[in-house]
Design a protein around this ligand. Structure first.
Ligand code: SF4
Length: 263
């Protein structure tokens, strides 16, 4: 059995794909998004977050190893909720595809139990890995952070060339896709770039089930403090309503969900 390094399993999640889901947070990511709200999952390996509570110094360990079979059996305890709501399990992170053998094996075991899986990915892995890890998955939740490569490098530290190529290959294979976009003021909110992202999404065809716009938030700030690293985002924290009106116009013809509201 393959072993993986995960931080938590979030039960009864309704934000990580269809229905009620359990989200497995895998440790480690190869991108460095400036807005990452899970720095404890971005950095590789086990780690310790330090904080004070009621005047006392405390610490919280992040990351534990688990075998695929043990994880699948744990996740299967909520199978009744998945079945009744069209839900399942979502592998997230961090970048779950970096632990692809473990994730693929767990998804295969779940599939054998009749439980649907989804991969939440930024897509910056070799195509052969992405193809293999999604083989037993019903959905792929795919981040499109920018269209422009230079903007992507500024926001995440890496090129998006492979990411956009992999997205097209997933669509060509007919994988069901939910596109995810986080819009961060002054980083990736340029409407011309959004227009190009939407054109790309439209070109992928019927395999795109919807586009989820995830709200940028600063809830991760405290975690940076606890890990002893500076919070990388500076500048505005909110996007005005007028922006979303223009944004929706660019997405006409696509099912878009902005922060939980259908549009
Ligand atoms: S891809 Fe996700 S987990 Fe990785 S750095 Fe970006 S926001 Fe964080």
């Amino acid at each position: 059995m393959e072993k993986g390094l995960i931080s938590t399993i979030q039960g009864y999640s309704i934000k990580d794909g269809p229905g009620i889901r359990s989200t497995v947070f895998c440790v480690g990511c190869n991108l460095r998004c400036r807005w990452c709200s899970n720095p404890e999952l971005m950095l590789p390996g086990k780690k310790v977050m330090r904080f004070s509570l009621g005047g006392e110094e405390r610490q919280q360990e992040v990351g534990y190893e688990i075998e695929s079979r043990a994880l699948a059996e744990k996740l299967a305890r909520d199978r009744m909720f998945y079945a009744e709501t069209g839900g399942g399990v979502t592998f997230s992170g961090g970048e779950a595809a970096l632990q692809w053998k473990f994730v693929a094996e767990t998804a295969k075991i779940l599939s054998g139990m009749g439980i649907s899986s989804a991969l939440d990915t930024a897509g910056d892995v070799p195509w052969e890995v992405l193809d293999a890890v999604t083989e037993d998955m019903e959905y792929v939740l795919y981040d499109v952070k920018t269209f422009d490569d230079a903007m992507h490098r500024r926001c995440t530290g890496r090129s998006n060339a492979r990411i956009l190529e992999n997205l097209k290959k997933l669509a060509a294979k007919g994988r069901m896709l939910i596109i995810r976009m986080v819009i961060v003021p002054e980083y990736n909110d340029d409407l011309e770039d959004v227009r190009k992202r939407m054109e790309l999404v439209k070109s992928l065809g019927a395999c795109v089930k919807r586009v989820d716009i995830l709200p940028y938030h600063t809830l991760g700030k405290g975690k940076y403090q606890r890990l002893g690293i500076p919070y990388p985002i500076k500048g505005k924290e909110e996007i005005p309503q007028t922006y979303w009106n223009e944004f929706r116009q660019l997405g006409v013809g696509i099912s878009i969900v902005i922060a939980g509201e259908h549009g």
